[in-house]
Design a protein around this ligand. Structure first.
Ligand SMILES: *Cc1c(COP(=O)(O)O)cnc(C)c1O
Ligand code: SF4
Length: 447
């Protein structure tokens, strides 16, 4: 056993430490009524969950049910809102349509047809993800990758396209409904390496999903270990996006190949790569369990850097105190706050969206509460077709109330950091809702 492994606790020692030391059951729409806590809810509420879960993805595991949700606070509990289908997630007409379909006792094919009709209206691939950023090798499209910003390639390994539980607001929801047409993923190790080999201006690889941490370590190693080769020297930074620290921290502690996974990360770090684990927490409650704290401790012990990115979501975390406390906890645990995102224009957006003006207020009121060590976090940002746009503030210029905005990333790198202004609009929730300030006809990036 390598030195690094000796510095972690031995896996069998955890049996005494945690009661959650097994592979826990996962529930989907079909198994909803088997969950003991759900059985206690009124029939009408349960039916509403089935209605929504027939349209939008639903998957939750026993760890989330037992350790994260406060069942004395239903439906208001933030983790319940985060993982269980809520009636408001569908527009009333769509809800009624699916409810009638289910009540009529019709066959599965008809249920699927109605589900598809509703889904098609929900903008399944926002920001041109499916068509705009697909890279090519020898004129052949590589569907499991996206290359939008010069220095960073996104890779969607095919074994990492699910998650340990699903977030109700997920912007990648289309990947989880089993519609192959909509899926972006790749098992083409060769293509990934071929692409990186021929793009020396790429410094960052971002492995994402779904959740790549649902993959077995041996698959992760297949993608990442070859990057230690001299020809991939330019790929300096390897980011892995994951919500497993929240939904299944066992992945890094007691799972069969947890030690191997940490060893793999350690190897990459030792060879000189910057490995960033991009964690995703929506609420500080997700960091309170001993298992999550231990997962964070073990990940840090590999030499990887932990950062956090998370969307601002109504009904879950639209409260500055929740963010303030979350960032303080993260900083103490060794996670660097990195992004606050605006909920994307897809799926059940109307249920989760927070207007840009309110988002900025929440960000500001939260940032005011924390020390400089947590102020590394970028303000409310939109991943739009043109780039990542941050709301930097609301102010008045020559008597006109405006949003101050900037590109953090741009489809054109020259757009980055140029401040620009939009007319203040209390209700706007996305870049597309905004109009240029000062009577101008277009934003500079539209010219
Ligand atoms: C956010 C994002 C990145 C990474 O941007 P950073 O500013 O480097 O964190 C890369 N590609 C896409 C498509 C993104 O949305
Ligand atoms: S962890 Fe990410 S990809 Fe998975 S369901 Fe949540 S938001 Fe979607």
């Amino acid at each position: 056993m390598s030195k690094i492994l000796q510095s972690y606790r031995k896996r069998d020692e955890y049996a005494d430490l945690f009661s959650t030391n097994q592979r826990f059951k996962v529930y989907t729409e079909r198994h909803l009524d088997q969950i003991a806590q759900i059985q206690r809810l009124p029939e009408e509420q349960r039916f509403a969950m089935h209605v929504v879960a027939n349209v939008l993805p639903f998957r939750v595991n026993q760890y989330v049910i037992d350790e994260l949700i406060d069942w004395t606070n239903i439906p208001g509990d933030p983790i319940f809102q985060l993982t269980f289908p809520q009636p408001g997630m569908l527009e009333q007409a769509d809800f009624d349509r699916m409810a009638d379909t289910l009540k009529s006792g019709t066959d599965k094919i008809e249920i699927k047809r109605v589900a598809k009709l509703i889904r098609d209206k929900l903008n399944p691939h926002p920001a041109g993800q499916k068509n705009l950023n697909v890279p090519t090798v020898n004129n052949e499209e590589l569907p499991g990758m996206q290359h939008k910003y010069r220095e960073t390639v996104l890779f969607f390994p095919s074994q990492g396209q699910t998650c340990h539980s699903y977030c109700s607001f997920c912007f990648r929801w289309a990947q989880f409904i089993g519609d192959k047409e909509l899926r972006i993923s790749s098992n083409e190790t060769v293509h990934l390496h071929q692409y990186l080999r021929s793009h020396k201006d790429v410094s960052d690889l971002l492995v994402t999903g779904g959740d790549p941490m649902v993959m077995k370590t041996k698959h992760m190693a297949q993608y990442l270990l070859p990057l230690l080769d001299k020809e991939f020297e330019h790929v300096q930074n390897i980011r892995i996006g994951t919500k497993a620290v929240s939904f299944w921290p066992q992945r890094f502690v007691t799972d069969e190949d947890a030690d191997e996974l940490l060893d793999l990360i350690k190897r990459l770090v030792k060879a000189g790569k910057h490995v960033a684990i991009m964690t995703h927490f929506n609420h500080w409650r997700e960091m309170e369990t001993p298992m999550a704290v231990e997962a964070i401790r073990r990940l840090r012990a590999t030499g990887a850097v932990l950062r956090s990115q998370s969307p601002l979501i109504k009904n879950i975390n639209d409260d500055p105190d929740v963010w303030g406390k979350m960032w303080r906890m993260q900083t103490r645990l060794g996670i660097i706050p990195y992004y606050m995102f605006i909920e994307r224009d897809t799926g059940a957006k109307h249920y989760f969206e927070v207007p840009l003006a309110r988002a900025w207020e929440i960000y500001r009121d939260a940032v005011k509460q924390v020390s400089g060590l947590s102020r590394t976090v970028r303000g409310p940002s939109m991943s739009a077709t043109q780039g990542k746009v941050e709301v930097q503030g609301i102010t008045e210029i020559n008597g006109e109330k405006v949003f101050v905005l900037r590109f953090i990333q741009g489809r054109n790198p020259d757009w980055v950091q140029r401040p620009f202004f939009a007319k203040y609009d209390e209700k706007a929730t996305w870049l597309g809702d905004l109009e240029p300030a000062f009577g101008e006809k277009k934003f500079f990036f539209e010219e």
